[in-house]
Structures are given as C-alpha cells and as structure tokens.
Design a protein around this ligand. Sequence first.
Ligand code: EPU
Length: 430
Amino acid sequence: MDRIRIRGGKILNGDIQISGAKNAALPLMIASLLTGKTLTLRNVPRLADVNLLLRILRNHGVDMTVDGKRAGEDGSLGETIHLSAATIADTTAPYELVSRMRASFWVLGPLLARCGEAKVSLPGGCAIGTRPVDLHLMALEQLGGKIDIEAGYVVAKAPNGLKGNRVVFPKVSVGATHNALMASTLAKGETIIENAAQEPEIGDVAACLVKMGAKISGIGSSTLHVEGVDELKGADHSVLADRIETGTYAMAAAITGGEVTLKGARADHLDSMIAALRQAGVRIDVTQSAMRISRNGNRLYPINIETMPYPGFPTDLQAQMMALMTMADGVSTIRETIFENRFMHVQELARLGAEISLSGDTAHVKGVHKLTGAQVMATDLRASVSLVIAALAAEGETVLHRVYHLDRGFERLEAKLQGCGASVERLAAA
Ligand code: EPU
C-alpha cells in the first residue's frame, strides 16, 4: 500500500485550485439513472470514489464516456463525464460494490422511481459510526414504495410508480434527502420534503435535476416542494466547488502560516468555518472566486465548536479543525454531534505529540508548542487528512500509512500541497 511522507515545518505560500465536490459529484452521477437521455457532468474530481461509482452505474447499464484533454487545459479542473442510462439492465446493486462506498446506496430511490423496483445491498456500518438507513426507507415508503429486507438486501417495489406525499424527516440526513428528492422527481403528484438537509451539495443536485426537467422549489431551504413529472431529460451541469477540500487547505495554511489563495472556493458555503478560523486568529479575505488564507507569525487562539448539519460547522471538517487546534495557545473544545465514532484521529494525532482528552462526544484539545513527526495510520478520509495537516506543522518526518483513504476524496493532494512549498511525497508500495 502507498504511503505519504511529509517533512514538516515548511510555510505554505501559493495558489491551490479547488476541485469539484466529491459529495455533489456522487449523487449527480446517480441522478443519471433517472433519465434515458445523456447527463453531462463537468468538473468531476478524479477520485477513487468516483471510479467506484462509475463501476456501480455501469452494472446498472449506464453507458459512459470521459472527455480527453482539451487544448489549453492543464488537468486542474476535473473531468467531463457523459452518462447515459438509455435502459436499466439490472436493478440490483450488489453487496460487493455497495459495501465499499455508502453513497452507492443512494441508487435505491432513482432505480425504484424509474423502474418500479430495486434491490440494493444494505451498506453496513463504517469506521465513523453505525450509519443506519431507516430514514431512506421511511421516505421511500411514504412515497408508496413497498420495502422488505431480504438476506442483507433492501428489496423495494412500486409496480405502479411512486406517489407524491409529505415526507417529514425526524432527523436531518444528507443521504436520505438525496434519495427522497431524486425519487420524488418521477413520483405522481406533489411531494413535500420537510426537515430536509440544506447542504450545498443537495442544492447542486436539485439545480441539476431542474435542468433535467424536474419541478422543484424551496432549493436551499429545509422544505423542498417537488411536482413529479413523467420523465426527465438530459442536461449539462458543472459540479460545485468542494467546500470540505477548501476548508481542509484553509486549515493547512493556517497551521503552517504563510499565505494561500484557494481558487474557485465558495466562501458563501463556509460561513461557520470562516467564523471559527477568524476567531482562532487566522486572516481570511474573500473575493468572488477565491479565498485568501493568511497567518503571519501571530498566535492561534483556542476555539469551541460543535458539529451540526449545514449551515452549522461540518462534521467533515471536525478532524482538520482538531489538528489545527493542537497548536493553539490554550484549550479548545470540539463536540461531534453527527457521528458517534468520529474521533479515530485523536490517537494518531497523539502520536505526533498532541494532547487531547475525550469525554463522550467531546474532545478537549490542549494546545502544544510543537508537534513531532511519527508513523501514523489513516483510518477514514477526513481523519487521514487531519494527520496531513498536523504533519505539515510537525518537526521532522511523518509517514502516513493506508493512503487509499485519502485517495477516496482528495484530488492530487500531494501536487496541490507541493505547489505551495510543502514537502510531501508519495512512497509507492514496495
Ligand atoms: N442517519 C440515521 N438514519 C438514516 C440516515 C442517517 O440515523 O437513515 C444518521 C447517521 O447515522 C448520522 C446522521 O443521521 O448520525 C447524519 O447522517 P447523513 O445521512 O446526513 O450522512 P450521509 O448522507 O451518510 C453525508 C456525507 C458524509 C457527511 C455526512 C454529514 C456524502 C457522500 N457523504 O453522509 O461525508 O459526513 O453527510 O454531513 O455526501 C465524507 O465525505 O467523508 C463523509 C463521511
């Protein structure tokens, strides 16, 4: 397995181009199942999760082509993919594929809505928590789906099509909102989705569905109104900028000091993180198409944050913020309210010299004056990148093992950091 070696202590200066958002690209690709026409997606990040989802979609019968390089392109702006599900050849998403990526479970709603049946493996637990799917199933049942669980599979049927209804989520779920929204575009009549997740990635998918002919209002709010249509058409859509990647590089720049411009960043999707970083003493200048992060020798102040559904502080930036706070002047409190087991980075950060104590869902991070390089292990996507952030500030050499976690969600991570002066290199598996 590949490893990444980081020699810490280099100040970051330069520009980083922000990629398309993984968590928008995946549901956008799944939306191709809703139509027989071609969906063109631009700015799709080159990620292991994207490749795995392409395999899953191919298994359902989706044809795909990827544009080659065009004159003047340097490969920094993602790929253009054309997806065409003229006929759905197979409505089963098998365990071998779904168990490797939870988001693939989201094919359930679109397949059921378009084909009247779907059989999708239960995704199972994962490193950050149990992650049930009860809300997905509840929503599809409310839209008239008949759901059974058989031998580890969700078997869903709606032979006469789905019917619009009021879907009230008792708890905010990004994935269940995606599933309900996509399914309801082809349901008969009106669907109202209440307590919907408001993450910008849902807005991006909704905007694409509208281009495909869906009738959706309330986009960006917690109540979505959908008037079902008989069929959707093709569309051309560019994936929005990744706010989690943006936040990650903002924290990398903040921990090393220096000045980094995040090109293409959507600061308007990061209010809670920007407020937290400013409170910590980091300077952030926002322009229409970029964010500049700078810290020039001044101290880092401790902060208190709690993860919350959007527009609250994102759970997907919790580990990175914790890494930054290991170097603050004082004690920070970080509470994780979304996933019950999303603190696996704590032990690994401790290997670099961080002082963190855990009590239930809360971590107390006592800032230290220096971190020291060590061998560390990636446990999940965001946890691994928090170790990269800490390693950039640590004295000496850090080697990060199990890099495949990073490759699931960060496009050209080493190249982007190297471009700002970091000493980061991939050591290929022996
Ligand atoms: N939940 C339920 N029942 C359900 C669904 C969710 O109880 O049927 C619970 C979960 O266990 C969790 C909470 O609701 O405690 C929120 O989970 P949500 O459904 O919102 O998460 P998700 O859709 O599975 C997406 C992102 C995650 C991100 C979360 C929260 C994608 C592909 N995944 O997951 O991203 O952490 O929303 O914002 O969009 C990542 O990119 O590293 C990642 C884990």
